[in-house]
Design a protein around this ligand. Sequence first.
Ligand code: IMP
Length: 197
Amino acid sequence: MYKINKILIGTHNKGKFKEISDLLPKKIEKISPVELGIESPAETGKTFSENSLLKAKFFYEKSNLVTLSDDSGLEVECLNNEPGIYSSRWADQYGGFDKAMTEILTKVKKVNKGTKARFVSSLTIYIDGGKTITETGKIEGKISEKKGLNGFGYDPIFIPNGYTKTFAEMEYKNKLLIDHRFIAYKKLEKKIKNYIL
Ligand code: IMP
């Protein structure tokens, strides 16, 4: 069977690139779209899985390399699951993640219907020959005041269920091995293990 020894990780987000690189086997060479001068596509999908598939196809077509892409975000229940697929766009719209987090905290207080939230990640691998596999992982938790300096994005305002620390207060490895991306990757891993060298 054909074996994968090189993967393009289809994201410009450094935090996601690092997490996905660390989940993949060490022996696989990891390439960034930045190295190849490839921009990101417009995210026109309506779901995480649609956007993840769209990104994987786009980066594969531009690079001709087996591609693994992620679409992810934070869903806050009392905000009708927003920002959701718009998580990155909220940061652009409000002037950065710190301001977007302040916006979420203000809205959550105002609505006053609890703090339930989840992170979601859809990972898609696009394998030579056009085969795609998409898997989704979710981690449930709650919104917290901003705490911690580790991680990226919305990590400072999310505490997973069963823990007392935000993702940004956890050691990098501890977050890596429980989060939404890890859960999606573990599902995907089962389906791609025959393709790995
Ligand atoms: P996109 O998948 O490129 O549309 O962006 C997802 C958005 O959600 C980015 O703004 C990320 O920073 C944020 N996000 C996704 N996963 C995580 C995470 O593990 N921690 C914090 N923020 C995340």
